[in-house]
Ligand binder design. Structure first.
Ligand SMILES: *Cc1c(COP(=O)(O)O)cnc(C)c1O
Length: 373
């Protein structure tokens, strides 16, 4: 009998899913570098019909969210496929804090007259509920990037929506281990699998998951027509990364809590944003909607951009690099990124990896002290 996600905890599903049950089949899904297949099985051309390698990734992530998953070339490709479902003249509502690529995509489409864009603060639950009644695409990213603000998905998902409206949740920071947007009523849940699922900073991949048949068909059609298909090698690596996701993520979020608590007491550190801290403005919401607080945090220094840039130069174990969700801890000053100039100038976003917590703390503390003005 084949395993079903409902029979297993997510930790076991991540290890067990996406494998062939056939005697003699390789234990791991192989890399299948095929554009076309011998006609007769219904699988003819990869761009339209997929490959067994992508399908393994889709089975793993779809099962985690109790939906059907569609894998894409990157997180942005998956996200663009959701926007591709909109009719001209649609109303899109975005959070005030979100991944700059999504803001850029929405703005570019808005500038071309494809849709209009409104903004609601991540924690303005009443604002989101109002938006649900009027918008065609309600786009939520929670916890948000880089302020790690948590939206009340429970309340927003239950709010009445305009018929046909899409509630999309970028679940990259939470991963399906910490948050199940489809359970809260979202139409589609998105993952940049480049981040936690891949987990090793060595691939680009994205996955959209839904329980809505029309959305599933629309996403697959959009993937085929735009050619935003996963690379075979990347899908293989994403599957390999997914095997250890639970272990990596549990360790990283434990360490993130430790570092957030220590940073909060540091004489040179100002505001620390981590949903697990009681001082975080959306801590109560986080406790209710998330199963864990994740491994992303941001903090401000008691000083300006130069101080923060110095800390980035002086860390050794933590890497001064963009992106997140990998085994190695990475940190960057977000206000230095085009489109992110509105952020506090000294705000550093830290993606906590799986290194030892005390080693990470020693590295951060020493980089902060040696860069202090
Ligand atoms: C990285 C990221 C994306 C985009 O994913 P890519 O795989 O880089 O295309 C979207 N949303 C969030 C929250 C991200 O962190």
């Amino acid at each position: 009998m084949e395993l079903r996600p409902a029979d297993l905890t997510p930790e076991s599903w991540l290890v067990a899913a996406g494998r062939s049950p056939e005697p003699g089949a390789p234990l791991n899904v192989p890399l299948i570098p095929a554009s076309n297949f011998i006609i007769g099985s219904g699988r003819e051309y990869s761009r339209d019909d997929g490959t067994p390698t992508w399908e393994a990734l889709e089975e793993i992530i779809g099962g985690l969210e109790s939906g059907k998953a569609v894998a894409f070339a990157s997180g942005m490709a998956a996200i663009a496929a959701v926007f591709d479902q909109l009719a001209t003249g649609s109303v899109v509502v975005l959070p005030d804090d979100l991944y700059q690529g999504v803001a850029g995509l929405a703005t570019a489409g808005g500038d071309r007259g494809r849709w209009s864009v409104q903004r609601v603060a991540v924690d303005d639950t009443a604002g989101w509920i109002r938006a649900c009644g009027a918008a065609d695409l309600i786009w939520i990213e929670s916890p948000s990037n880089p302020l790690v603000t948590v939206a009340d998905l429970e309340a927003i998902g239950a709010a009445p929506r305009k018929p046909g409206a899409i509630l999309a949740v970028d679940n990259t920071f939470a991963t399906p281990l910490n948050q199940q947007p489809l359970d809260f009523g979202a139409t589609v849940s998105l993952q940049s699998a480049t981040k936690f699922i891949g987990g090793h900073s060595d691939l680009l991949s994205g996955v959209a998951t839904t329980r809505d048949d029309a959305m599933l068909r629309g996403l697959k059609k959009s993937r085929g027509l735009t050619g935003a298909t996963p690379g075979t090698f990347e899908a293989f690596l994403a599957v390999r990364g997914a095997r250890t996701l639970a272990l990596r993520f549990q360790r990283a979020q434990q360490t993130a809590m430790t570092l957030a608590e220590r940073l909060e007491k540091h004489p040179w550190v100002g505001r620390v944003r981590y949903p697990g801290l009681p001082s975080h403005p959306t801590h109560a919401t986080a406790k209710r909607v998330l199963k864990g607080f994740g491994s992303m945090l941001s903090f401000e220094l008691r000083g300006g951009a130069e101080f923060a840039d110095g800390v980035c130069r002086n860390v050794r174990l933590v890497r001064h690099a963009t992106s997140l969700g990998a085994v190695e801890s990475t940190m960057e000053r977000r206000a230095g990124i085009p489109g992110q100039e509105h952020l506090p100038p000294s705000l550093l976003r830290l993606s906590v990896g799986i290194e030892n917590a005390d080693d990470l703390w020693a590295d951060l503390d020493s980089a902060i002290r040696s860069s202090a003005p």
